[in-house]
Design a binder for this molecule. Structure first.
Ligand code: ATP
Ligand code: MG
Length: 551
């Protein structure tokens, strides 16, 4: 895929300067998901940045699970995350887990205690919160802050040995309860949690906190550029403090703006709620912004990468138009997808009065018009056909180029037909058009006669009934960060986000050879859903054909 020429983003500037200064031989980045949910489009941006930088500069990227919260995590997520990253086409150098380093982290904690830089605190969480002070006012020292090294060591070992219940004690760094950066007001390093861990089992009942874990894990793996989202910028001084205090490999943290998209949201907690409460059919519901959701819908890795390249890397929070993502999907599918004709629900029957009864003529049509000499599909043509109701108009305005009484239109890939008679039912609804076809207009006849309109069609005898799932925005509010405080985000779920319709497809669709969304000609892109059975094809609407988005 073509990558536009562009200037370096700020991360590339930093890395090029570091490499030019000889600071590193090569770079190492990491992608650090917490296995408490499925990856979403925001993660795709982070993946493209982390893997993209390593690829560009000949470095490597580790996949490191940030698995320090056993109660919310699960192997289901661990496996799904790997599958999604592979689907995007990225290959990590090493698969690591923060829990791989629990022994080392524990040892460093004892070291901090021995140096008088950490203590066991018996305050409750509420007391700690109250004593933390505010941005304007300093905090208050814990009454347990001046325990002796020996007592702290003994208590911490007892915490580890399981002597205390959840919440009874924590280990805190002893830094400064009046520090202007609240992060430095004796941050918690360990909390007690009697919980089974999906990797370490019941070995631990104390678990390290994010701030105490992340930088040290980076350091152990010699991550050169640890790239995370903006909200972590206030954590960076603490990240550096642990690394400097422990005197370990100096990894550095850099922050970029998180991706937000219109009409959707990307908080794993909320996405989990939608799944658990049944607002969607699962994490891979095609309306979800998850990678498994958009994959099932028919979005491609190529389109997601194109999108990430277009939005770039910024230091300012951004709300991106989901229309841009759909534009990228269309760009990619337009080049590559196979074409089929499918007539929508409630079609109109077309009868060709001059067609020899029982005759079937097979036409060859390219699977993809971008490759007219490439693979073909065979399309059967008969004397009774179906067309879209929208392709006929009785009292049509002048500029209407589809079928009208007495008018002509070309049936795609085949003949020109003329509407001779309109048949209606008792309610006045058009149910049939009696037409004639012009045999001299066969596309291979060598004498091309042109008409203004070309419409798609299927032969009634060969048409296959399929289920089409049509999707719209999951939410009705453009900026989901602006949900008013007297409302819940679920109040903005779009009741029209899924509409199921029947379609009538040309038979070749059922034998489509590609694992890629196809184009229903003149309609949109559709991807085969795994709910399909041999007798019942289910197609998910990926996106409409026409661009509503203007670049
Ligand atoms: P959530 O708050 O929804 O749980 P998270 O940030 O905690 O999301 P992680 O699994 O910790 O999710 O994220 C892994 C990586 O992906 C982190 O480096 C994180 O900064 C990045 N990331 C998460 N969400 C986005 C987003 N919307 N845009 C860009 N990067 C993101
Ligand atoms: Mg996180």
């Amino acid at each position: 895929m073509e990558v536009e020429n562009r200037t370096n983003n700020f991360l590339e500037e930093i890395i090029e300067a570091d490499l030019a200064a000889g600071k590193y031989d090569s770079i190492i980045t990491r992608f650090p998901p917490e296995p408490n949910g499925y990856l979403h489009l925001g993660h795709a941006k982070s993946l493209c940045i982390n893997f993209g930088l390593a690829l560009k500069y000949g470095g490597k990227t580790n996949l490191r699970y940030d698995d320090t919260n056993p109660t919310k995590e699960d192997v289901e997520y661990v496996d799904a995350i790997k599958e999604d990253i592979k689907w995007l086409g990225f290959q990590w150098a090493e698969e690591r887990y923060a829990s791989d380093y629990f022994d080392q982290l524990y040892e460093w904690a004892e070291q901090l205690i021995e140096r008088g830089l950490a203590y066991v605190d018996d305050q409750t969480l509420e007391e700690m919160r109250a004593n933390r002070g505010t941005v304007e006012t300093p905090g208050t020292d814990s009454p347990w802050r001046n325990r002796s090294v020996e007592e702290n060591l003994r208590l911490f070992r007892e915490m580890k040995a399981g002597k205390y219940p959840d919440g009874a004690k924590v280990l805190r760094a002893k830094i400064d309860m009046a520090h202007p950066n609240m992060m430095f007001r004796d941050p918690i390093l360990y909390r007690i949690k009697h919980a089974h861990h999906h990797r370490t089992g019941d070995k631990w009942c104390i678990y390290p906190m994010y701030d105490y874990t992340h930088g040290q894990c980076d350091s152990i793996e010699h991550i050169t550029h640890s790239i995370c989202t903006l909200e972590f910028d206030i954590h960076r001084p603490l990240y550096d403090w642990f690394i400097e205090t422990l005197g370990i490999y100096p990894s550095h943290q850099y922050e970029f703006a998180r991706l937000n998209l219109t009409y959707t949201l990307m908080s794993k907690r909320k996405l989990l709620e939608l799944v658990e409460k049944g607002y969607v059919s699962g994490w891979d519901d095609p309306r979800m912004p998850t990678l498994c959701g958009v994959r099932r819908r028919g979005y491609t890795p190529e389109a997601l990468k194109m999108f990430c390249e277009k939005i770039g890397v910024s230091k300012r929070d951004q709300l991106m138009d989901i229309g841009l993502l759909e534009y990228c999907v269309r760009q990619d599918l337009n080049e590559r997808s196979n074409r089929y004709m499918v007539v929508s629900d409630d079609p109109i029957k077309v009868t060709l009065t001059n067609w020899e009864p029982g005759r079937v003529e097979w036409f060859e049509a390219p699977l993809n018009p971008a490759a007219p000499d490439g693979p073909k599909r065979r399309v059967p043509f008969t004397g009774e056909l179906l067309i879209d109701r929208a392709d006929f108009m009785e009292d049509a305005p002048k500029k209407y180029f589809r079928l009208r009484p007495g008018g002509e239109v070309r049936l795609k890939y085949t003949y020109i037909i003329k509407c001779e008679e309109v048949i209606k039912d008792a309610s006045g609804k058009v149910v049939e058009l009696k037409c004639t076809y012009d045999p001299s207009t066969h596309p291979a006849s060598g004498q091309w006669r042109s008409v203004k309109g070309t419409i798609h069609w299927v032969s009634t005898a060969f048409a296959k009934e399929i289920e089409c799932r049509l999707y719209d925005r999951l939410f009705t509010l453009e900026d989901m960060s602006q949900v008013p405080c007297d409302k819940d985000y679920k109040d903005f779920l779009n009741p029209e986000s899924l509409v199921v319709r029947t379609g009538w497809a040309e038979p070749a669709l059922l034998d489509d050879p590609a694992d890629l969304a196809v184009q229903f000609e003149r309609v949109g892109y559709f991807k085969k859903d795994p709910d399909s059975t041999p007798d019942h094809l289910v197609m998910n609407k990926t996106t409409q054909l026409k661009d509503s988005f203007k670049l």
